[in-house]
Design a protein around this ligand. Structure first.
Ligand SMILES: NC(=O)c1ccc[n+]([C@@H]2O[C@H](COP(=O)([O-])OP(=O)(O)OC[C@H]3O[C@@H](n4cnc5c(N)ncnc54)[C@H](O)[C@@H]3O)[C@@H](O)[C@H]2O)c1
Ligand SMILES: C[N+](C)(C)CCCC=O
Length: 517
């Protein structure tokens, strides 16, 4: 990692963020401005609004108070979205691209400060947060590039008549996000939506409400019409108001499977299309002929990014029995070496879990795994870093477990924390059956030097995204999404245009009407 380069950029950036005072050190950022956003500005709700405390995971300190939107505010945001849609949907793709590219340019310029805010709100390391900001920017750039390519077909009909199709936007799209990739999720949803000519009302997770609003300000600064991308804050109630809203054309959701099912039911009542990016319990298969060094690196990337709070994580690591001892030795050694601590420090590779309840939940899974017979090879303990300002933060050591079996809770359920379960296997046929034996199917990975086996295995894996000899790489040019209960639709790549637009067929008669009556 070119840490030196990052450091230089960090020192160069301005230190003032709208409504946020900071100095690049955990425990010092203050967020005072309202976090709801429509009419091209931050909106303070009246004092009767429901509020919720938001914490800094690194220190456990109160970061801000979130005001939840109710029916009146959701109506205002959707109505703003509607007004913007009237303007934006009539602009050419090139005109829309210009605004989006300007937004991308602003994000690039403000990379460091945005990444720092993400760290303070989410707890992930600054190194990872920078990559998330890059992914958000790249996604906006990518869809800006596609905006002017949206086109229909011309179809010749008898007698000189013809038909054509128009690819049209849907209207006001709702985005609802999870807390693990707050800015990236907001960008992965808004970029294709806006490129297609839609407007968006986005609701971040109430745990991580801050950076989605920065994106809203950036779109406005880039020249977006007022109301093009709005942010309403809140939890389940606010989300439900959005899903049921009669003026909302589509819901794009990222979150857990149980919530995804509810979203689908609510959208069904209004016959609205949904994109669902849900959870996973993905397999990573390591064959005995793998490049062991790369397989170990891949297993770490598959389990410990973002404190293990990654939907696509390969948390069921199947290792062919012949190489199990060497694999475990290497994985454990490297896991023990992961630097845990203040997520704003350059050397930190694992920051804080997002919240106290999430930390307790993850530790609870580890306790249960032990009771069910798993052996803890390293980690799995709460940690109190030496720095006194971090003493109330939500830290734990990354955990590797073996002696796992397919029926254990830790192997069946999404833990969403830094916990790797290792399972031995003997044959390709056996591992495929076991890898697919789950209701979910977000991602999967295979490490092998045998190119034929690699492709044969991925062909038979029931997962929307498969990695060969790597893991958790998600370039914005390629589709990302799940099979089975892990989701519906895709994000990223050209195909996502289909999920944010609709086709209108126009039939043109050039002769007389040939009436049967
Ligand atoms: N597939 C993906 O791309 C992807 C990416 C990131 C996270 N995830 C998944 O997200 C989950 C973790 O995130 P989470 O805990 O924030 O998920 P969650 O399902 O609890 O919440 C997600 C969002 O839904 C909102 N919400 C909750 N109940 C709602 C309701 N009844 N109606 C409308 N909105 C409602 C929440 O406020 C939040 O904004 C994990 O399962 C993870 O795998 C998936
Ligand atoms: C960029 N990652 C690490 C693959 C995360 C994708 C989004 C899932 O949580």
């Amino acid at each position: 990692m070119p840490v030196g380069k990052f450091l230089v950029q960090r020192l160069r950036v301005p230190t003032i963020l709208h409504g946020i005072s900071r100095s690049a050190s955990s425990g010092s950022m203050v967020i005072s401005d309202p976090l709801n956003f429509w009419s091209a500005r931050r909106v303070k709700l009246n004092d009767t609004a429901k509020t919720e405390a938001v914490y800094e995971p690194a220190t456990g300190r109160l970061l801000c108070q979130l005001q939840h939107c109710g029916e009146e505010e959701v109506n205002q945001a959707v109505s703003n979205g509607h007004s913007a849609f009237g303007v934006w949907s009539k602009m050419s793709g090139m005109e829309r691209a210009k605004v989006m590219l300007e937004a991308a340019r602003i994000i690039e310029r403000r990379r460091e400060e945005i990444a720092e805010v993400e760290v303070v709100n989410n707890g992930k390391s600054i190194t990872e947060a920078r990559l998330d900001v890059d992914s958000a920017r790249l996604c906006i750039e990518y869809y800006a590039g596609l905006a002017s390519t949206l086109a229909g077909q011309h179809v010749q009909l008898p007698g000189g008549s013809f038909a054509y199709t128009r690819r049209e936007p849907l209207g006001v799209c709702v985005g609802i996000g999870a807390w693990n990739y707050p800015l990236q999720i907001a960008a992965w949803k808004s970029a294709p939506a806006l490129a297609c000519g839609n407007s968006m009302v986005f609701k971040p997770s109430p745990v991580t409400p801050v950076t989605a609003v920065l994106l809203a300000e950036i779109y406005v600064q880039a020249g977006a019409p007022s109301g093009l991308y709005n942010v309403v804050q809140g939890g389940q109630e606010t989300g439900m108001l959005l899903c049921y809203h009669p003026s909302v054309a589509k819901v794009s959701f990222t979150g857990s499977v149980p919530t995804g099912k509810k979203i689908m039911e609510m959208a069904a009542s209004g016959v609205k299309p949904v994109t669902l990016e849900l959870g996973g319990k993905s397999p990573l298969i390591v064959f005995e002929d793998s490049d062991l060094e790369n397989a170990v690196r891949g297993a770490l990337m598959a389990n410990f990014l973002s404190q293990g709070q990654v939907c696509s994580n390969g948390t069921r690591v199947f290792v062919q029995r012949q190489i199990l001892p060497q694999f475990l030795e290497e994985v454990v050694q490297r896991t023990r070496a992961i630097q845990i601590g203040d997520p704003l420090l350059e050397q930190t590779r694992m920051g804080a879990v997002v919240s106290r309840p999430q930390l307790e939940k993850v530790l609870g899974y580890i306790r249960q795994a032990k009771e069910e017979g798993a052996r803890i090879l390293c980690g799995g303990e709460p940690i109190t870093p030496a720095d006194p300002k971090l003493k109330n933060g939500y830290y734990m050591s990354p955990c590797v477990m073996d002696n796992c079996t397919d029926n254990m809770t830790c192997v069946q359920e999404e833990i969403f924390g830094p916990v790797m379960s290792v399972l031995p296997f003997d044959t390709e046929e056996e591992v495929l059956r076991r890898a697919n034996d789950t209701t979910m199917g977000l991602a999967a990975g295979v490490f092998t030097r045998d190119v034929k086996r690699a492709h044969r295995v991925v062909e038979n894996l029931q997962a929307g995204t498969c990695f060969i000899n790597n893991y958790n790489i998600t370039p914005v040019e390629v589709p990302f999404g799940g099979y089975k209960a892990s989701g519906i639709g895709r994000e990223n790549g050209q195909v996502t245009i289909e999920f944010y637009s609709q086709l209108k067929t126009v039939v043109v008669e050039m002769g007389d009407v040939d009436s049967l009556f």
